[in-house]
Design a protein around this ligand. Sequence first.
Ligand SMILES: [Zn+2]
Length: 275
Amino acid sequence: MLARDVLNISRMNKLESLKKLILGPGSKEDIFLAPHSDDICFSLSHLAKIRGAGTLLTIFPISQYSTDQTFGNPIDIEQITRKRLSEDTAFTALCGLTPGYLNFHDSSARAELPFDARYAYKLADKIQVDLIRALMRPRIAQASKPKYWLFCPSAIGSHVDHAAVLLTIVRNLHLLRMHYRVAFYEDLHYASNPIFRAIGLNILEKLLRGYKLEYFCMKLNNEAQKSKMQAVNLYASQLTPKISSIKSYTPTNPDFVLPHEALWLFQDEKLHALG
Ligand SMILES: [Zn+2]
């Protein structure tokens, strides 16, 4: 091995250690917030698996959407929802997460257009009380220190359900940050599309005007890529050939072309973690 390679590996190891220091160890009090059943798997399964603890809280688990044609016609909401919950069970078992659910219908079960984020404000009004109660209940019972992680969608892709969750978090950010370390994940597979990603990040930046955010990239080596695709394949009811490779589960950030998952962290949060 060349001295340069040794140096590069040493730098990479240092960087990885630094990243572990920033996020800290996984905790059963961490919350992975998922608008739909597959969102944490597609967007953050590598992170979830290495942290190995926390609650996967799904906001809109009741669904009529499946790419699996075996469900036939007319499509049965109960049957599809059951199938999607069973996919969650396998994924949470794989990652050591505890599944949790709110009781809302997703856009398909509401018979609404999924990619029309104009309705997100109304939808945010509808989910706000239950979502904030679910996030605050465990915190009120305990002292607020140490703060645990709350991983939220960035709503890249403009799915109305993702946008409603993001709006709810942003509206209650001051309260939530008193009790949680809040991070926004890039929604995959949507963030693998450069146009969706640019539009989504632009909106996120506007919603969080006044805050400084930093990109936090978690690279996936060959083994991690294989492991991620195994997790993705647990959600068979949602897959199509178009989204069957690791490329669909990598944000299109021109500075980080290798497969990775991504978070946006508040800069003050990062500095605090590093002391
Ligand atoms: Zn989703």
